[in-house]
Design a protein around this ligand. Sequence first.
Ligand code: ADP
Length: 402
Amino acid sequence: MYIGLLWKLRSLSQDAPATMGILASDDRFNALLDAAVDGIFVISSAGIIEVANEAVERMLGYSREELIGHNIKLLMPSPDREQHDDYLRRHLETGHTSIIGTGREVSAQKKSGEQLQIYLSVGKYEHESNVKFVGILQDLSSLKQVRENLQRAEEEIRDLVNRLAHSSRVGVMGEMAASIAHEVNQPLTAISLYAQAAARLVGDDPDADGDVVSSLQKINDQALRAGDIIHSLRTWIREQDTQREESECNALIQSVVEIVSMEARNNDVEIELDLEPKLPTIVCDPVQIQQVTLNLIKNAIDALAEQDETGSGETRKVRVSSRHSGADRIQVTVQDRGPGVAPEAKEKLFDTFFTTKAAGMGMGLAICRTIIQAHGGTLDFRDNPDGGASFYFVLPTSVAGP
Ligand code: ADP
């Protein structure tokens, strides 16, 4: 479009010094010039504005009357404003140029005094020995806005991933503490019982050493204390970082799918969303629910990655769906067409440290179930009739605090 424009300007600015503006007789050309989103102007070899379109007025806040017949340096901030006449003179004498035919990002000065970031392209043409320059201004502020929004979105995703990683560490610690508490509590109880029995036996002996009795009492106290410490550690970790808020379940799912999409692509897996619109909100710790969803999707991708690489179409899909379930529940299901859960694994799937993966930790599902139960919900799985597994959690649509 701009090539045709240049040609037209060539004939137009021939008359421009006389008319100092766009020729009213050429309505079609006026319309074309003013329809352009970008600012377009023509200046003489002395830098005097001969043509300016509506976009220039819009971008810089001057009316055409305030522009036509004035030096283009009016639209430039310092130091270009002071130096522009020299640039032009030098260019006409030596042919030296740094912008003509290339274009670059510069600042323009608005009438209000503000500066506007623009991309300026400059062309040169000659008509009857008169050199003219045509400039095209592209407003970069909306582009800048898009860039900033993109940057903000990237930062939000990074922050989310950090929070998920942190929350996952807290979850792992909680589960480890739970499992340690369970494993260690029995020997600790035994120590305490033996210490009490020994203290009784020794205490019955009139010749017994008083120090031995009090030492046995101390062993008993310390064993009980160790149990309390582990118990309170678990409670403390559980209470950390849980922030309940009203959340849109579908939005949580979508943000997780964004995070995991790269891993899916790398494994040649497609994630298909089947989200019921207008689901009621849930009151939850959004990061924890995202963590659960992330875990289930990652497990499904792992299951497909195990599968024969030649699988295609439906067999390389993970389907994530959300549904209203009953009057006041929602169900989120992650379905895959992988090998499914081995019969011998079914009973142990949600146990801490149970894994069938070479590099697995066996903590994921245990943590997920703890989180969902803490939200008043349930997490379970079923075999798909046509192969693979479906893991699903059900949450109440409104949950009181923990
Ligand atoms: P990890 O992923 O570290 O093994 P998890 O607790 O998340 O720990 O999973 C435990 C086990 O459950 C896995 O090792 C795997 O055997 C089984 N499992 C989980 N998800 C699936 C699935 N979608 N299909 C088949 N088996 C699964």
